[in-house]
Design a protein around this ligand. Structure first.
Ligand code: HEC
Length: 108
């Protein structure tokens, strides 16, 4: 009896968790997570914040990207899903790409 109650509760919690998952609006990008991702995955080549100095390649610093007149969060997020050859394909998820784009947008 107790055991089945626990199982039922566990099932309920799992169901609720799964229901909550996709209801997270796809466009609510999280720039804080984007910053974390940028530091981890992008800072080897890009200047990812105003504070960082010195980088390696010809990769444009993120603040520079953010200030381009044609900058758009959507375009950057889209680009990150399928970057061009000079940049490694990091197999980012849509959410990660959106978070990164949202973070870059904060550097304007
Ligand atoms: C191995 C080095 C490297 C890493 C790591 C890297 N990039 Fe890049 N990235 C480049 C280079 C080089 C360019 C410039 C490519 C060019 O001009 O052809 C670039 C260009 C870009 C651009 C500009 C594209 C445009 O429209 O001009 C964006 C945005 C960008 N990177 C985002 C990121 C993000 C976000 C990450 C981390 C997830 C990342 N990059 C990681 C090397 C890198």
């Amino acid at each position: 009896m107790k055991r089945s109650l626990i199982l039922t509760l566990a099932f309920l919690i799992l169901t609720l968790a799964l229901m909550a998952w996709p209801s997270e609006p796809a466009l609510a990008a999280d720039p804080n997570n984007g910053e974390r991702l940028a530091r981890r995955w992008c800072s080897a080549c890009h200047v990812v914040s105003e504070k960082q100095t010195g980088t390696v390649a010809e990769a444009p610093p993120f603040p520079v990207i953010a200030r381009r007149p044609d900058f758009s969060e959507r375009t950057v997020a889209f680009f990150l899903l399928d970057p061009h050859p000079k940049m490694p394909d990091m197999a980012l998820t849509r959410a990660e790409a959106a978070d990164l784009a949202a973070y870059i947008a904060t550097l304007k």
